[in-house]
Design a protein around this ligand. Structure first.
Ligand code: SF4
Length: 425
């Protein structure tokens, strides 16, 4: 099907959802004109980022800078690349030199432009440049703390909850977060596992046979690193399965590689509604003009956007950071959804806070700002127990028929609750 034909179909959306079975992958990949693949739309560049790329990537045109494929090709991956841009501490240098295996360094030039070049304590830099803390094993840590491997039914498909599955579509990310829950599988050197039709086909066959599955979360790695045609094909195959009611994509790309959200790409996504997206955000320093644009394009395409944030020690573990982050997301039509306690992956103790810290942050948001700005705070239970939500307890006690409740300012109020037992010691 030509790109023109696809556009024509979007201009006249069917009244009822139609789920034609897509062409074979081979056909889907052969028809997109090369010129369309190379089309690079205009994109904003914030002033600090522009100064960065002129300094470190002289001779790079704005068109190249805004080409997401150029950003992926130009990722900062080796010690030399890092040292050319960052003033590395001895700790960072030694940790990068020592690293082997999965979860390599990988930073898009765009995302590097948001980081502190001279300060190893700068929050975004801490999340992406490894330090010696990664090599310290602490009690309770594991390579697969959530027990995903145990619930894997075919390669790349995790079926833990009754009606939904996690589909790990790729092992590649545009940037590698040092606290990644899937540190064991993402970014294997020489084998960032590539698009594999055979693996996807096995997962699709499983889903076709399991009629109880109504919700598929595509994750990885980052599904948005997959090319337009391949992702279009995969989403089409999933939407062609009648019992799958909707799809979700978990991604960090709108924040670390916002240029990937091209106008042509959102046209593809729109074809596969109902489609939701969870965007991984960490810090208000990420909320640039570029991210305003990427989230606007997605929201304008009718994709409900939610956020997920990992609580990280000395990075975002304070109301002074979290409040503007959550408010900034709302301004960009992203609903703060999850705040996660950091999973105990191997070598993550330097990132983890006590659980009380998350409760303090929720208390600093609840009642003090828009209700929509308060995410759910969750611990993903080690061993495969699933997400467990935690919230500050407002119940003070009970006096007779009155339930005593504490409000956001710490004042206690009575609610008439005859016959209730809540709050009774
Ligand atoms: S983008 Fe997601 S999957 Fe990739 S390294 Fe970061 S947390 Fe892990």
């Amino acid at each position: 099907m030509s790109l023109q034909a696809l556009r024509g179909r979007e201009l006249k959306p069917p009244l009822r959802p139609v789920r034609p079975r897509p062409a074979s992958l081979r056909e889907a990949l052969q028809v997109t004109p090369l010129a369309a693949q190379r089309a690079i739309p205009r994109f904003p560049v914030n002033p600090e980022t522009r100064a960065f790329y002129r300094r470190f990537y002289p001779g790079t045109s704005t068109v190249e800078w805004n080409d997401w494929r150029w950003q992926i090709r130009s990722r900062i991956r080796a010690l030399d690349d890092l040292a050319r841009i960052f003033m590395l501490s001895d700790d960072e240098r030694a940790a990068v030199e020592r690293h082997k295996g999965a979860l390599p360094v990988g930073i898009t030039p765009y995302y590097a432009s948001l980081m502190g070049l001279d300060d190893p304590r700068e929050p975004l830099r801490r999340t992406h440049i490894m330090t010696g803390g990664e090599y310290v094993r602490s009690p309770g840590e594991a390579d697969d703390p959530l027990g995903e491997d145990h619930d894997t039914v075919v390669p790349g498909l995790v079926h833990r909850y009754p009606d939904r599955v996690l589909f790990l579509t790729t092992g590649t990310c545009s940037t590698y977060c040092r606290y990644c829950t899937r540190a064991r599988v993402v970014g294997n050197p020489g084998g960032e596992y590539q698009f594999s039709t055979r693996q996807w086909e096995k997962a699709l066959s499983y889903l076709e046979a399991h009629t109880e599955v109504r919700d598929v979360l595509l994750s990885g790695g980052d599904p948005l690193t997959i090319g337009d045609d391949k992702l279009d094909w995969l989403l089409g195959r999933l939407r062609a399965i009648k019992h799958i009611e909707f799809l979700r994509i978990g991604t960090k790309i709108p924040v670390v590689l916002p240029q990937r959200i091209t106008k042509d790409f959102v046209k593809i996504l729109r074809k596969h509604h109902p489609l939701w997206m969870s965007i991984h955000v960490t810090h208000p320093a990420e909320l640039t003009d570029e991210v305003t644009e990427s989230t606007a394009r997605l929201a304008d395409a009718g994709i409900p956007l939610g956020s997920q944030t990992v609580l990280l020690k000395d990075i975002n573990d304070s109301p002074a950071v979290m409040v503007p982050l959550m408010q900034g997301l709302l301004k960009r039509r992203v609903r703060p959804y999850y705040l996660y306690q950091c999973d105990p992956i191997r070598g993550s103790a330097h990132f983890r806070t006590n659980v009380e810290k998350g409760l303090e942050i929720i208390a600093s948001l609840r009642g003090h700002t828009t209700g929509y700005a308060t995410p759910m705070f969750c611990v993903d239970a080690p061993g495969g127990g699933g997400k467990i939500q935690l919230a500050p307890d407002p119940v003070v006690g009970r006096e007779g028929d009155d339930l005593l409740l504490r409000n956001f300012e710490g004042r206690v109020y009575r609610y008439p609750d005859p016959g209730g037992t809540l709050g009774r010691k």
